[in-house]
Design a protein. Sequence first.
Lengths: 616, 269
Amino acid sequence: MTATLPPETGAAGASAEPPLAASRPALAQDWRRLVRMGAVGAVAQVFIALSNMPVRLDERVIVKPVLSLGYLTLLIVPFAAGHRVGHQIKREGMPQHAAGAHEVAGGAACGAVAGGGLSLLAVLLANFDLREPLVNWSPMLAELLAFGNATRFAVVIWLLIGAAVGALGGGLRLLGPRTRRAVVTMALAVGGAAVLEPLVVDLAEGMRLEALTDRLYARRGGINWTSALGLAAGSGILAVLGRGRIQQARAHIAELEGAQRTRTNGLLILATAAVLIVLPLFAGKLTNELLANVGLFVLLALGLNVVVGLAGILDLGYVAFFAVGSYSAAVLTAATSPRINPELPWLVALIVVVIITGLVGLFIGAPVIRMRGDYLAIVTLGFGEIIRLIFLSDWLSGWFGGSQGITKIPGAGIFGLTSVAGTDPRRVFYLVLAFCAIAIYVSWRLERSRLGRAWMAVREDETVAEAMGINTVNVKLLAFVVGAILGSFSGAIFANKVGSVFPSSFLILVSMVILVVVIFGGMGSIIGVIAGAALLIGVLGGPKQPGLLQEFSEFKLLIYGALLVWMMLARPEGLIPSARRTRELHQEEFLQDAWLRGEVDTDDGNGAEPEATERS
Amino acid sequence: MSSGEPLLEIRDLDVAFGGLKAVNGLNIQVYEGEIVSVIGPNGAGKTTLFNAISAMVPVTAGDILFEGSSLLGLDPNQVTSRGIARTFQNVRLFTNMTILENVMVAQHCRTKRGAWGALFYTRAFRSEEAEIRAWGEKVLGFFGSRLVGFRLNQPASVLSYANRRRLEIARAMATRPKLLLLDEPVAGMNPVESAELTRLIGRLRDEWGFAIVFIEHDMSVVRDVSDRVIVLNHGELLTEGLYADVSMDPRVIEAYLGQDTIIEDAITS
Ligand SMILES: Nc1ncnc2c1ncn2[C@@H]1O[C@H](COP(=O)(O)OP(=O)(O)OP(=O)(O)O)[C@@H](O)[C@H]1O
Ligand SMILES: [Mg+2]
């Protein structure tokens, strides 16, 4: 197998790049740009410090005595600024300067300016009391900034730290691609091990491997610095030995055709499914709870992906269907439901829930779908709130309990075999997994059908799609309804998992979080959406659900926002984009690549006259 | 050929945009198997006429009959399923869809398998998909080897300008129309290409049986392929008839000379 791997697939234009010119002297900086970027970094630093992130996150240790999550939030900015300032804009035909002392010096200077923001803040903290407008203007922050020493120390140390970290950021540019990959892998390995700590500890307990985790992690959290070094060394060695084998294998799989491709995909899916089925057996309650939460959001995101990613309808009120699914499941299964309480078995109730939510989807969709663009987004936003307010209203509190909600909802019974309730998150996870599989299958099949093509056409140019015989209202409505039904699955599971539903579980925020998951993961890409949910919900946590980094809970939205902005700037197509989406967003680059491969047809006065085809 | 019921009949058609009458009291008939060209100076209302037929702009007054029944009040997709397909003056392909997908998606109104078939991957679904694909490839094959083979799975954005125009015609053909409306099909093509496309337009009628109405500024194309020429000016019918007669009509020459002289040579040659 390995012998037939193709050579490393670089960027298409790699060979056409102009040669490197000599590196520039260290002091020949573009000072204006450098100071500007440093100042932006300084502002960011002060903002982060005053958001109280450093103080609150200081409790979460990353590497035992040296680094906490709190300090990490402060170090990241000068690092990024120092790295960024050495960025050279590539111009066609212009030589690139080789990276050298220039980058390190520039990074250090830029980082020092950024760190200077904190120095300034330390001085201000010591001399003024601005607690009134700025709640986090606290002695604790001052102490953190000064590492427990005098203010003077803080001033100097943050300039130095900024310079050092900035220099590291700039220095990253000196590394060749291979070394850089190794360094990034090392950082990811240590960071990943630290972030995944609760999960790894939990799993190790289940597998009776406590000895291992006791060595890796310190008793009160964080990786021991010795283990961190070991981990970094190990992963670095692996990265060097691996030499991008994973990428090669990926490229290789992407090139497979026909039956072979199907077989490989089937095997990969089977392997993933096997891991997902076996893993929870060894995991404790916490991990399974986390997995179940992530699964619920994967399900929601897959549903929204049909609406936004496939049909291109920007639905900002998707939570409405989650709410309708939850409430109808609650009403149908709970004995305590105020008005009607048929106490249906969960699976029977689910059928009714799907029908109800589908109808609600039609009902909301019919007026909304005729609008386009911004108008549609605003109206869906309104409907999302309306649905929640209806459940909250006094008018219908006889049905849905108003702000008291519906409580004591029984677990989901499956054929009388088992009952899946929140008390056993493992079963919930399996249930969610099954429905995720359904959702994946549905989106995958629909995308490759007549309907999926129609959605694609509508997404590209609605007017033309209509003129080419597509009933755009119908196909968009269908997308809306399919999305609604997938959302209702998630709602029904949620109601019976949590055991109660309240209007406050269905804030507009839920819509936003799901949308961010879809955008972050990659609109229209099933794998992307799953990865997005796993990363965002699993690590940062959902609107109310804690993630692996529980300490983040109060900063979650800030980080969501920052991630979204960064994603839009750096990689608008998302984490793992669909090929089509990449093409849409990077049409020029795509055409350039195609041109380099000689695939763009330039012109064809030479075109052969077609032979006669008889009419059938 | 021009006998019996017309395929398309336009009666006293008015299309107004605010105060501007883009089409004004127009009466036109198109018969089955006919190739009719529509000419007229810029802004004469030719594209607006097409837009009105395909229900993309609202009709102010008058009626449009297709096979004896009115098209007024229909949505564009319903007009297409009645059997009228069109291309656009400024090519409007689904550029990020592949070439094959462009012609496959255009068969939407001729096929019917919905979500269930796709979900359960039924035999009916699979055979319909195969048919859609086969018809798409056949339609693309009409343009020789340019749009088939390795091109099938490339996005439409890689195509050259001339090939985009061809693909747009193919996409219209894929909807299985009875009447094809082509808006300046050879615009931007070189003389060799436009001569070839002129022949193809003839073959579209002869081999595929479409009636064709096309808007064109290139008089050599109009001369070579149209059975009848309709001249519009300021939204009104200036005259209609055989190319030889129309091109000699002093009013036509004046209408064109009044504007500019793109086609002066063609008219006088
Ligand atoms: N949607 C619209 N809204 C307002 N005015 C319009 C609209 N469409 C066309 N018009 C106007 O109607 C008139 C006729 O335009 P039309 O596009 O039909 O001309 P045309 O004969 O196709 O010209 P050309 O040869 O340049 O394509 C023009 O004055 C144009 O500005
Ligand atoms: Mg026009």
